[in-house]
Structure formats: C-alpha cells, structure tokens
Ligand binder design. Sequence first.
Ligand code: ADP
Ligand code: ZN
Ligand code: ZN
Length: 739
Amino acid sequence: MSLPILRIALPSPLRRLFDYRAPRAADPAHLQPGVRLRVPFGRRELIGVLVATAEHSEIDAERLRDAIALLDTRPLLPPALFELCLWSAIYYQHSLGDTFAWALPNLLRQGEPAERVEERFWQIVPGARADDPRLARAPRQRMALTTLAQHPHGINQNLLEQFQLSRDSLKILHDKGLVQVTRRLPRPAEHHGAWLIQPELVLNEEQRSAFEAVRAGFGRFHPCLLAGVTGSGKTEIYLQLIRETLEAGKQALVLIPEINLGPQTLKRFARRFNARIALLHSALTDRERLEAWQSAREGSAQIVIGTRSALFTPLKAPGLIIVDEEHDASYKQQEGLRYHARDLAVMRARLERVPLLLGSATPSLESLHNAEQGRYALLRLNQRAGQARTPRLERLDVRSRPLDSGLSPPLQRLIGETLAAGQQVLVFLNRRGFAPSLLCHDCGWLAQCPRCDARMTLHQRSGELRCHHCDHREAPPTDCPQCKHVDLRPVGVGTERSEERLRLLFPDYPVLRIDRDTTARKGSLEALLAQVQQGEPCILVGTQMLAKGHHFPRVTLVAILDADGGLFSADFRASERMAQLIVQVAGRAGRAEEPGRVVIQTHLADHPLLVQLTEQGYFAFAEQALAERRAAGLPPFAHLALLRADALQPQQAEQFLEDAAQLAYPLAGDEQQPSVQVLGPVPAPMERRAGRYRAQLLLQASSRAELHRLLGPWVLALESLPGSRTVRWSLDVDPVDLF
Ligand code: ADP
Ligand code: ZN
Ligand code: ZN
C-alpha cells in the first residue's frame, strides 16, 4: 500500500498547509489527523500537525520532501478539540499551524512525547492516623497528614504547594513511617471513596432553581448565563454542579480570569472534593503545564481549573464547562491568536455537547444580549446568600469641592468614622504610581515618554518616571528641561500618592496599598491579604486588583475616588467597564454581617448611566447601555474586525492600510449600500508607541456572516501586499479594545 501525501499545519504565520510525503518508516494506521510530524522546512526542521491526507499534491513530485519522523501514534487532541482549533483558525483568520501552537503546551511543540511517564506521589500509609501521639506537638505535620488522609490515592509531587504541604513536614512524616512515596503512572480509574470531603451548603431557592436549570441540560449543549449579584452563591452552584459531573464519571473545566485568583479558588475546590485538580495558569513551568495537560487528557484529573488558555485543555470525558467572571477582559488574548476564551468556550461546549455556564455579577453586554435573544438560558440570583446584605451605592458630587490628593472632605470624614467604629475601608483608584504626570509650573512642560505619544507616570517610591505603555524608565529631572526653572510638580493622583496622603491623615491606622507595584514579589499579595483578614481597622488602597474575587468581610466602606474616566472616554466600552468595576469593587464590601456603604466621587453626578447604575443597579444600567449601543449600531448589534498596523517610519502603516482598504471595497458588497463598512485608515489613538507608528482600519457589519465572507479572501490578499513585509500587521476579529 502506498503512503499518502500529508497535509501539515506548520507554526508559521502563512495561512496555508504544507505537503510532505509520509516518513518511510511510518505505519499508515498511525497517520491520522492530529498527530505530530517533524519535517524539513528550508534549512530548518519544524514540528507540525497532520491535518489531512491526500492522494495527490499540487507540488511537483521532485519538489515534494519527505517528513522526517512521526512523533505520535494517536492524535494529540480529541476530535472536538481538534475541530475547535480548525474553527478558531478560520474564525480569527489566523494560520492553523500557529493556532495549534497557541493551543498546545510548549514541550509538545518542541517534540516531547505526549504520553505520560511515571510521577512521584505522596501517600498516607494505610492505618496511619492524624491523631498519632508522635504528632501531638507538631501541628504542621498533623495538618499535612490530615490532608493526605483526605486524598488516600496520593498527592502528586507537583501539587504539594497547592495543597499547602511542605516538603519538610512530609519528609519527617516519611521518616516516622506515616507517609510513603510511590512512583507510578497516575491512574485514571482509581478513585477511592466519596467525591465530597466537605458537606455542601443547602442551596436557597434561587440557587436551587439555577442549579436545576443547568443540571437539566447535562449530556447536551446547553448554554446558560448565571447572572448573580456578588456574594449570591454562584461559586456554591458551580461546586454542586461539579459534584454532579464527577458522579456521572465526567470531567469539569473551569475558567477563571486571573492567576492571582487561582490559589483562592483552588483552595475552595480542594477543600470540597476528593478529586484530582489540574491547575493551568501562566506561571507554570513548561513541565508542570505538560503534566497538567496530560492528566486532563487521560482523565486522571477530574477537575481542570485555569486561565484563558486552559480552554484548549483536552478532556477525556468532558461533562461541564464553567466560565467564571465571564465579563472579564482578560479572557481576550491581545496578541498572536486573538481569541476570546469565553466565546470559544461556547463553541467548545457545542462541539463537546456539554452544558456551559457563564457566571458573573456584571455580565458583558454581549452575553446579556445573547440571553435576551434566547441563545442562552438566563438564570438570575438577586439575593446575597448567607447573612450579608447588598451594599448601597451613593454618588458623592465633588464639583467645586477641594480635593486633597483626590480625597474630598466628606469622604475623609466618612473614612475617619468607619475606622473609629473599628471597621475597614477600601479606597479604589485605577491608576498606579504617585502621579500620572510631572508638570513644570513655569512653562507648562510635561514629562513625555521619548518612545510613545504618552505622558510618563511619576513613581516616587522608586524615584523614577515610567511609561506604562512601553516600560521606559528614567530619573525625574531636577529642573525643567525646557525653561531650566526648578518648579516641577506632580499633577493628578495615583495609588502611591493616595497612600501617602492617607497615612498623614490617619496616622493611627495601617494603610495597605495593593497594586501591581506592591505585589510584584511572590507572596507579597498573600501577605497583604492576610493582614486584612485579621480584621483590625485599616485602609486598603488599590487598583482593580482589589476588585477581583477577594473577600474582605470587615470592609464596610468602599470609596471610589474617580468614576468619571469611564463616562467620557472615546472607547465605546468604557462605560460598561466602569460599571462592572464599580459593582465588582462594591461587592467587596459588607460580605459579612455588617452592611456595606459604597461612595463614588464624581464630577458628573447627574450622568444618566451613573444615576441608573447607582439607583437601580447593574442590570438596569445594562438595559440602558444596550439601548444606546443599538441606537448607535455598535456591538453586540454590529460586528467588528480591526486591522492594526505599525511601522518604524510614519505613514508606512497608513499606506499599507490604505492599500488594504482598496482591496476591501470590492469585497464589501454593493457600492451604494455595502454590507460591510470600511472605516479608515486612521492613526491609532496613541499614534507612537515604543518607537513605532501605529494606524488602524475598522470593518463593521450588521451581519457576522457578511463580515466573515469578506475576511477570508481579504486576509489572503493582504499577505501579498507590497507593504506586508515591512509593516507589522494583525487582524483582530471581535476586538475588545479599539486601539
Ligand atoms: P459568589 O460566587 O456569587 O460571589 P459565593 O458562592 O462565594 O458567591 O457565596 C458567597 C458567600 O455565601 C460564601 O461565604 C458562601 O459560603 C455563602 N453561601 C453561598 N451559598 C450559601 C447557602 N446556600 N447558604 C448559606 N451560605 C451560602
Ligand atoms: Zn519649564
Ligand atoms: Zn513609552
């Protein structure tokens, strides 16, 4: 039997497949779509994925080369996931080979074996007990043994940290003969005892009906939007649905937005389930990532939790997909394959025929619209679970009030009262650094980044000016570079400056700043959070890092220093983001018994969207915002694709986009009434960034199908435009940021 021609996707930006002859030694039975091959490419070797086989090739027989080696005996990805990659490449107009590269762990792209090798497990010795008298004075060892007892099938070496097991304690337990180490393949089928370690909470009525609605869809594609106010018990519903999934012998995939939510969420899951959890996030080593990937693929990990890219984790027996905080912008990848993990989760659930649960206290307008259109079941939770009450949102009009480092006098008073009552305060300001710019009081000179059209932020603590767009850093000048006078002043307020001011205003209380600058070191965020958890009165100052998922039971006052940026931004999504951020930050308050109060400083106290949000809540706001989007013909009522370009010389990028626009017009439909509008090119809102000049071209259509009909042939034509090699360009389908 003659070997077929192999059509292979290679990691290359070119949107095409490459033909090779099968390696001579290959077993034809192994040449199935989805296996990897090592092939010659120019003078290099590449690793690609077999997409199809064919009898004939368009390439002349003498130019056709042999693939070097077949690396797998079975496809890397299960059929539904393979299909998802094909679909993503087409939908996002990205090269298929490069799409696989984004979807696969690094080590597999480099040719490592996909099948698993043995691993080390720490396991409790049968008969060992945590109340062993030898552990009476060793609480850490006792805790470690208790954890191992809850996981009698053993804990994988790589997961020790996540279960808070220290190697030292385990070694001592090992010396005492209470713990053993085994090397083995993680066995998928072995499961000891019940799935639950911890009893479940009794669901309230709202929770129960949401739970039942999802459960009714087990075994088929059933997309649901769980819109529940913060603290309404969404996570408890996830946990109980996962238990159902485990009992049915299936796996659950849970996407979360941020890595720093990982440990917290994982702890909650680990405390509940006697199951193997694979955690996938960007801080893993390549080896750890491959191992987590393997355990999910083999089915030995029953629960997979991860950030955006975990969406591409293969599952042996998928049963349920959950996307927590589905509105979060971090689900959108902003480079390479510009996918949206939430949108791909919908497609994956469809291909895998499993229910999909999108959860949020502040759902995206896209998802709310889908629910209104009947594409998703809408499940609402209006009450907080447990004791906590929903906080009240108040607008504090600061027009003509003096602001002292961003703090108005009434707000200062409120902060003082809250602290005096023994409670905690959260001050939210979405701007890092000391001040967003440095100004010469004499001539008006402003510290500009030399590489970007942007001002530099003053960071007092580290004594530098920093550009937040390209990370350029320099020492602040002592006198004005323009007029030589020595009256340079910081203008505006960042978290560093509020922290400093709050320290002076409230010297008796600790002020804890939480932003990217104070939490860069490993463990520093945990240390800060631990101090807050102790419950002593204090002030937390921070950026949106504070808005995400944390519980601060003793915070009863949330102060939002500046809500106005979101109300007059050029970005049409800015008001949606502002509302989500306010509600998420507000949700940190009064999570325990004491009710919370949320005070929003604004110069636009009568702005209809802000009034709607504060008086009637997020869903009323969303209704209004959706009506505005409909009237303006903006997403989700229109579909966008953004072609970005940048180059070292001015005008190069715009010229490329001008040529691209010329190619688009004939594809855009009727000249008088095009089905796709071609808008631009225009310079990017920040034209120069990191020394490159940027421009963009926007395509807009009311029909998604019409837009995609244009994109396919258009993008192929772009690849052969004269400028396509000198200009860096990328297409963003369904862009989230329009700059
Ligand atoms: P969300 O994910 O919506 O923010 P959580 O699931 O974290 O909400 O629940 C918020 C708090 O309410 C948690 O402390 C949780 O333990 C508690 N809780 C959730 N469901 C219930 C319930 N049915 N009965 C009592 N307490 C509950
Ligand atoms: Zn000056
Ligand atoms: Zn810069």
